[in-house]
Ligand binder design. Structure first.
Ligand code: GCO
Length: 448
């Protein structure tokens, strides 16, 4: 295939998540969710009540997405807009909002990609134990059925759970996302429940004869070491197995990485897994694997003899590495290394790069124009890797810039911007950034 053919074979898009853009927290019957409560409890100086008010600017925003030439748009549905209590009565207004998104995208010829769960859990479900309570898996399936029935034929690309690893790490280990726990046993059990929920949703999707594809969206990180000592290589394996393969392996085989599973069950007594769980996961592998890629992690051995995972390795900074202000390393090669590792371990699989982008505090100039050259160079370097990988035979069917429009960064607020489209937070005015104009040209194949 020529480079041009490769380029044309990939669907180029951009992504957002409901809670990060919609605002309108208490509008039109939406129920309260885990993040509404999180910002009430933690006085961070910002919250999601308005976000970028996408709920009220949706027509304008979709028009801008069309203007910058997106071929596909990934968004998530707010569960508590559809089911204010998490289960039970449907809020029609909630469905109408997403009807508008889906129908408008289809009219524009932009392929909708719907994420079922991007972290905003209806509060009543959090109160009964959240994802630690297996009943929530059934509640999730009830919600999925509503969306499958409702959008059948109109949405062809579906994602089940977004970045379970982040939610497990931040919600149950570091305590920085709801429910703000620091409990490894809970973290591991929740990771398993996410996998079960995803597998069961995939099963339902296929049983309902839905057209299109469904899969889980992960954020696996490639792991490197600065010096390849025997100890560092052991630390690297612990880190990769715990943070990345712990999610990749079940998504592609229905099983956890064996060494890590034994270690976790011995040390933390979790996760508890039944024979039926394995059967469900093995029989319901996604049609593709969603990969959100931002950066690699570099580790070194700490105390390998400890029986706690957190003692075994620590993160190190690469002396001559390029980092964002938020400490995320810019390392496009990591995407190639990661996908090669996945293919080496599990064979060929359709991959969607469901998020890739850079967060920084870009500022509009005196004319209100965002000259976000750093974003353009980050994106250029990464899309080049994507096309190179396809030239080498990797099956990457779509790529999404994170994010289509500036949005709320969960624990960094509004300073950390990601968008191809900028938002003035005083007036909520939108403007296409330099990167948005660049992406349009790139999609058209006109970028040099
Ligand atoms: C942030 C994060 C998010 C994530 C996204 C994950 O700064 O809050 O980077 O924007 O990338 O929500 O799916």
């Amino acid at each position: 295939m020529t480079r041009e053919e490769i380029h044309k074979n990939i669907l180029w898009g951009a992504a957002t998540a409901a809670y990060q853009v919609e605002g309108a927290t208490y509008c039109d019957g939406k129920g309260k969710n885990s993040w509404d409560e999180y910002y009430e409890l933690n006085h961070l100086g910002y919250d999601g009540d308005i976000a970028v008010d996408h709920y009220h600017h949706v027509a304008e925003d979709l028009k801008l997405f069309h203007e910058i030439g997106l071929q596909t748009y990934r968004f998530s549905v707010s569960w508590s807009r559809i089911l204010p209590e998490g289960t039970g009565e449907i809020n029609q207004k909630g469905l109408e909002f997403y009807d508008f998104i889906v129908d408008t995208l289809n009219e524009y010829g932009i392929e909708p990609y719907l994420t079922l769960y991007h972290w905003d859990l209806p509060l009543p479900l959090l109160k009964k134990g959240g994802w630690l309570n297996p009943e929530v898996i059934d509640d999730f399936l009830g919600y999925c059925r509503i969306l499958f029935e409702h959008f059948k034929g109109r949405v062809r690309l579906w994602g089940t759970i977004n970045e379970p690893a982040s939610e497990v790490m931040e919600g149950y280990i570091q305590g920085t996302h709801p429910p703000q726990e620091k409990n490894y046993a809970h973290a591991l059990q929740v990771s398993h429940h996410y996998n079960l929920a995803s597998a069961a949703a995939i099963k339902m999707f296929h049983e309902m004869g839905m057209d299109g594809k469904i899969g889980i969206v992960l954020n696996p990180m490639p792991i490197d070491v600065l010096e390849e000592t025997e100890d560092n290589l052991k630390a690297k394996k612990y880190a990769y197995d715990f943070m990345s393969d712990w999610y990749i392996s079940p998504a592609l085989t229905g099983h956890y990485p064996q060494d890590m599973l034994e270690f976790c069950q011995k040390t933390y007594g979790a996760p508890k897994i039944s024979e039926e769980d394995y059967k469900l996961m093995e029989e319901n592998i996604g049609d593709y694997l969603g990969v959100n890629y931002y950066m690699r992690r570099v580790v070194e051995a700490k105390n390998l003899h400890s029986d706690k995972i957190e003692d075994k390795f620590s993160f190190v900074r690469v002396p001559d590495g390029k980092y964002t202000k938020w400490g995320w390393e810019i390392y496009p090669q990591g995407l190639e290394n990661l996908l090669k590792q996945i293919y080496n371990q599990y064979g060929k699989k359709e991959i969607i790069i469901s998020e890739n982008g850079i967060g920084f505090d870009d500022q509009a100039d005196e004319n209100g124009f965002f000259q976000d050259n750093e974003r353009i160079s980050y994106l250029k370097e990464h899309v080049e890797v994507v096309e190179d990988l396809c030239a080498q035979g990797f099956d990457i069917s779509a790529y999404y810039v994170w994010s289509a429009i500036d949005l709320l960064s969960w624990t960094n607020g509004y300073q950390k911007r990601y968008g191809l489209i900028g938002v003035d937070y005083n007036t909520l005015e939108r403007s296409i950034k330099k990167s948005g104009f660049w992406y349009k040209k790139f999609i058209l194949g006109e970028d040099a």
